[in-house]
Design a protein around this ligand. Sequence first.
Ligand code: ADP
Ligand code: MG
Length: 287
Amino acid sequence: ATPTSIMVGTGKAAENGILFKGGEHLERTHELNAIVLDKTGTITKGKPEVTNFTGDEKALQLLASAEKSSEHPLAEAIVAYATEKDIDLGEVDDFKTIPGHGIEAAISSNQILVGNRKLMQDHQVDIGDAEQELIDYEMAGKTAMLIAIDGTYRGIVAVADTIKETAPQAIRQLKEEGLEVIMLTGDNERTAQAIAKQVGIDQVIAQVLPEEKSDKVKEIQLQDKKVAMVGDGINDAPALAISDIGIAIGTGTEVAIEAADITVLGGELLLIPKAIKISHVTIRNIR
Ligand code: ADP
Ligand code: MG
């Protein structure tokens, strides 16, 4: 491999908004045969909005007050929804994130839980006949969270995040380049499958706890594959670091960009197949 042709390759990539941290990554990109993509903020825009809320005003007030302490994009959507409805948010006395499951907070004399089925099960909250409603939201690709106040089920809040317009085309091009395409998410199986279907991904690994994402990448590598990981979040950083090629979404967190080998500007997914094409052209010309 001549250093000059590598420089030409990374230079061409940079002109397109694909930033390689070093020439050696171009050679490894050429060898990839699988790519793992995070869902929220990578395949979707990462700007979720509340689409449904079943519960009374008191539940909404406690829900939004609690979520104000969370930095999760889901929390931002809920706070924005309550603000729009002119709900006054209360002081939070105690707040805890339960990674991959939800949140728990104490607000004056109330205890509130917001999150998935597992969170409710772990706190012995009976969700009554909410299961069917939950399934309906999930089938539509929405993330539905259950709300419990003082141990009693009080409603559901459903949030939708739209896919990036170019995602289906980018996925198609990745497949055309011969890559196996896999979606990795902490969200539930049904929601993940619905989003995967919209973009043309048929392999989904869902309900993965934040600290387990890198283990999943390792498992794929152990199947004798060269794996790229694409992500935007703090919780994607270990997976980006362990993968053969880590690709950060430029609109994502600093931590993800730090951990990655490549950054694609503006979060444009079409730049990923483009990077792979550039690597092929560059490396084939060398050999
Ligand atoms: P993602 O891969 O989509 O970022 P996370 O691991 O962050 O997933 O979250 C997984 C699940 O945990 C969410 O789908 C949601 O059900 C629950 N959850 C996470 N954060 C919150 C929050 N702030 N409020 C309510 N539920 C949450
Ligand atoms: Mg993400």
